[in-house]
Design a protein around this ligand. Sequence first.
Ligand SMILES: NC(=O)c1ccc[n+]([C@@H]2O[C@H](COP(=O)([O-])OP(=O)(O)OC[C@H]3O[C@@H](n4cnc5c(N)ncnc54)[C@H](O)[C@@H]3O)[C@@H](O)[C@H]2O)c1
Length: 259
Amino acid sequence: MNRLAGKVAVVTGGSSGLGLAIVRRMAGEGAAVAILDRDARGEAEAEAIRGMGGKALFVQVDVTDEERISAAMQAAATQFGSGFNRIDVLVNNAGIEGENTPTDKLALAEWNRVMAVNVTAVFLCTKHAVPYLRQAGGGSVINISSIYGIVGGGDIPPYHAAKGAVRTMSKNDALLYAPERIRVNSIHPGFVFTPMVDRYVQDNGLAHDAAKAHLDALHPLGGTGTPDDIAWGAVYLASDEARWVTGAELVIDGGYTAR
Ligand SMILES: NC(=O)c1ccc[n+]([C@@H]2O[C@H](COP(=O)([O-])OP(=O)(O)OC[C@H]3O[C@@H](n4cnc5c(N)ncnc54)[C@H](O)[C@@H]3O)[C@@H](O)[C@H]2O)c1
């Protein structure tokens, strides 16, 4: 119930899917949560958390917009009245899958679009959160990469490149900020049916049931995951239980990458 009591957590892409589950689990563990998303549905979620006696804030923002991100981090750091400006946890979760087009047919603009959201925004959010993590005396940055940041799936090329970049950025930032007790780790989820995966199935003209059966079979534990499977990993990395964990890859994939 109180694994994150007293902490201020910022979750990008918290209006939907994995981010939404992370927001709910972190709020349930006592964190004050700031949801940063371009999708306004996060406002209702923040209201619901407040209605249950929790602390939450929604900021509608595109994570690729540096000025707005800087302002959003300041809003999150000053909102919750803990006496001084602080952020304890940043979850870089916002992401897009992009077009499923082979490398030799892919437009540069599409490559850049995926990189902007999935890589550059992780840099921007980390850049503008670190001063507040520092003021808190340390904290936890959690970057949502993917199994596609570890192995190839033979599809969506820029997504793979982006998630691989996030994996190594996490390790390098872990080294850079370890002296300040800011821990940086990545999470590598296997397939979870969120709006992103639904979109992928639809955009590629696949039948939902056949796609689900195909993806289920790729995960040795049987079946795709749930948003909470990932959210509990994020709660652990955010909490003081993970005080000695940095530069790590937390793979939560039902065994997908064990082969
Ligand atoms: N679902 C999976 O199977 C899976 C597997 C591995 C990794 N991931 C990663 O998990 C993260 C969350 O994915 P999801 O499946 O929950 O997707 P989703 O599409 O359900 O949610 C993504 C959220 O990010 C927000 N977002 C996207 N672009 C944004 C932008 N430019 N500015 C602000 N907000 C933006 C969306 O509005 C949405 O609320 C992503 O980084 C994704 O790559 C997902």
